[in-house]
Design a protein around this ligand. Structure first.
Ligand code: FEO
Ligand code: CA
Ligand code: CA
Ligand code: CA
Length: 652
């Protein structure tokens, strides 16, 4: 029997959309570098250089005009549109697709039959998302490691789709789905003709998956809440799930973020579920099957129903072991990934680091669910470029904050620290470990501002101004009240906010914020109250309208790149055509459309070579037969390489 997964993407999106924040109806009262990355060869043992030192970020000031130098591309509305288009003078080529070899002995991807899970562990996973290019210091513009998240899997992973046999998922299918999650690390290099190629074999190439053992560190490592029947010490987790966007550090490591991990678990004990904030507040299933793949029918680790007959209640704590940041050293293929619990546990979209001149830093994240929050983690220690080895465990100790956006453009970072902001035992937080484990509930208690699905954060390479995409929230005005920072009722198209930390200090606890732009608005638009939308808030100077900003990143010259994720065949998004990549000038709010992707996909993930003459983006969950475009082959999530035909800087 084959389950009906035909509405799969809509369901996956709907799961993302669930508003489970109980503060939604609270009285909200007053609410209303990417510089050049000189990274280390051979892991942390080699010298790391300053995060923003050198490169385009500081060598040239953003020009007074003409920051955006390409001709915008038109929207694409054809239902059979199955290509990537870029401006005249640019080329886009598929570079790394689901099923491509990562390890040298991987079998060739088979379009007609299903490779088994052992093969999948050696091939590119599915649904490429966040990624980062780590250059080798001896030839940074020509040679590096491309690190790519595989967020989740599509039914097309199997030629006949996802199946059930006697009410259970076949274990071989589940294992393949688990193998297609995680991360690919691939070595890439320019050839003699100057064309970027994937290198194979490579001693750096590596796949991480939902089956890879990972070490727990920080305040929750070894805690009772992390112990399971299979891991009585609470120190080692099998795998990482739903790796959406990401981040990177100045000491040369990659930060995987675990987003919608709750969709993989179920707790069928209604009473236990109702009492257990650590399950309920995150929206685990409590009846039927887990929300995405029903893995628990084949793999008991995903059944979080308490089982008193097993040590540590069986797998009731297994969901506690996801929702973290996972730090990976791409230059050390033998290193074990580490789940950093000091960051707090929620549905984490991204982890974007801002480094101050004195080595202090903040790591920003969004929790992409309706009415959830924007967070930052401030490590206690400082980054020391002269001694990068000392940074190895910098992310294990620090302070987690959540944002409150006040009326009038003032903002406050609220510390999620036991004993502060109402986070006491009498309010249900017995220790700092419980604050971190239940970060959403802690943020509720502290009085954070419920947002319209915060996705990516980007930090300007020279000013350190911070931007966040709020992708959309059709429940705003009904499930959550309108506030100053989330001002549109039934916000179908999303918006982008920006702020400056007090004194330009990433660790400050106050900030000044403003709206950067409202997506989906045309000049002359009126808001829900019939008032004209101020022209300076409309990011459509060239008529390049878009919806649902998601991916967001600055290049070294301060162009802001915006990637979209909406249901492109459904009204009212149809007006925007297929999903797209746009480029904005943060000073003028000019927005130009740079790229349009194939039907049904989301455009996500973005990274550059250090000279910004090569750009990689990801086409996730295309619907037709991209990249083959033959109308027959199964569609494949694909990393796309974009270059300028004259070799120039992308976007200039
Ligand atoms: Fe995986 Fe919120 O995007
Ligand atoms: Ca996203
Ligand atoms: Ca999204
Ligand atoms: Ca996605």
């Amino acid at each position: 029997m084959q389950q009906d997964f035909t509405r799969f993407h809509a369901e996956a999106q709907a799961a993302d959309d669930q508003a489970i924040n109980p503060t939604g109806d609270a009285d909200l009262g007053a609410l209303v570098d990417r510089g050049r990355r000189n990274l280390l060869k051979g892991g942390l043992g080699m010298a790391a250089f300053g995060f923003l030192a050198g490169g385009l970020g500081l060598s040239r000031q953003a020009r007074a005009d003409g920051l955006i130098g390409f001709s915008g591309v038109p929207t694409q509305h054809a239902l059979d549109f199955d290509r990537v288009i870029v401006p005249p003078g640019y080329s886009a080529r598929p570079f790394f697709s689901w099923g491509d070899a990562v390890l040298a002995d991987a079998p060739a991807w088979n379009p007609d039959a299903s490779d088994d899970w052992q093969a999948q562990l050696k091939q590119a996973g599915d649904n490429h998302d966040g990624m980062h290019f780590f250059p080798f210091p001896d030839a940074p513009d020509d040679h590096g490691l491309l690190v790519i998240n595989h967020e989740y899997v599509n039914p097309t992973l199997h030629p006949a789709g996802m199946t059930f046999v006697d009410g259970r998922r076949p274990l071989d299918e589940v294992r393949k789905e688990q193998a297609a999650h995680g991360l690919s690390i691939i070595e890439v290099k320019k050839d003699a003709q100057g064309r970027w190629q994937r290198l194979l074999p490579s001693r750096y190439n590596r796949r991480l998956s939902a089956m890879t053992p990972m070490r727990l560190s920080g305040p929750l490592a070894g805690h009772d809440a992390m112990k399971t029947a299979a891991d009585p010490e609470g120190l080692e987790v099998i795998g990482t799930l739903n790796n959406c966007s990401s981040g990177f550090t100045p000491w040369g490591t990659y930060l995987i973020c675990e987003e919608n991990w709750h969709n993989y678990f179920i707790n069928r004990d209604r009473d236990d579920f109702a009492r257990r904030v650590s399950h309920k507040r995150y929206g685990l299933a409590s009846e039927g099957t887990s929300k995405l793949y029903a893995w628990e029918t084949a793999d008991p680790r995903f059944d979080a129903t308490p089982d008193a007959a097993q040590p540590h209640g069986g797998y009731v704590n297994e969901p506690h072991r996801f929702g973290w940041v996972v730090e990976v050293d791409p230059f050390d293929p033998d290193s074990q990934p580490v789940k950093r619990t000091a960051f707090g546990r929620y549905c984490r979209e991204c982890s974007v680091l801002s480094l101050g001149p004195d080595g202090r830093m903040a790591v920003y994240s969004g929790d992409d669910t309706k009415g959830e929050y924007v967070y930052k983690f401030v490590p206690t220690g400082r980054f020391d470029a002269a001694n990068p080895r000392a940074s190895r465990d910098l992310l294990d100790e620090g302070t987690l904050y959540v944002a409150r956006f006040d009326e009038g453009g003032q903002g406050q970072w609220l510390a999620l620290v036991h004993g502060q902001n109402g986070l006491t035992a009498e309010n249900g937080f017995a220790s700092q470990a419980e604050v971190l484990l239940n970060a959403r509930a802690a943020a509720d208690r502290a009085g954070a501002t419920p947002m319209d699905r915060p996705e990516w954060v980007a930090v300007h390479p020279t000013t350190r101004e911070v931007y966040v995409t709020l992708t959309n929230n059709d429940g705003r005005g009904s499930k959550q009240p309108v506030n100053a920072a989330n001002l549109r009722p039934a916000n179908l198209h999303g918006h982008i906010l920006r702020w400056n930390e007090a004194g330009g200090d990433p660790t400050a606890i106050t900030f000044e914020w403003e709206l950067f732009l409202l997506a989906g608005e045309q000049p002359g638009a009126r808001d829900a109250g019939g008032q004209p939308v101020p022209a300076n808030l409309i990011g459509t100077v060239d008529g390049d309208i878009f919806s649902s900003p998601d991916g967001l990143a600055f290049d070294g010259e301060g162009r802001l790149w915006i990637e979209t994720d909406y249901e492109d065949s459904e009204a009212p998004m149809q007006a925007m055509g297929c999903n797209q990549l746009l480029c904005a000038d943060p000073r003028t709010r000019q927005v130009k459309r740079f790229l349009v992707g194939p039907r049904g996909c989301e455009i996500t993930g973005i990274t550059w070579s250090p000279d910004y003459r090569a750009m990689w983006i990801n086409v996730q969950h295309p619907e037709l037969s991209y990249p083959a475009s033959d109308g027959k082959t199964r569609p494949r999530a694909t990393t796309v390489l974009i270059t300028r035909d004259d070799g120039g800087v992308i976007g200039s």
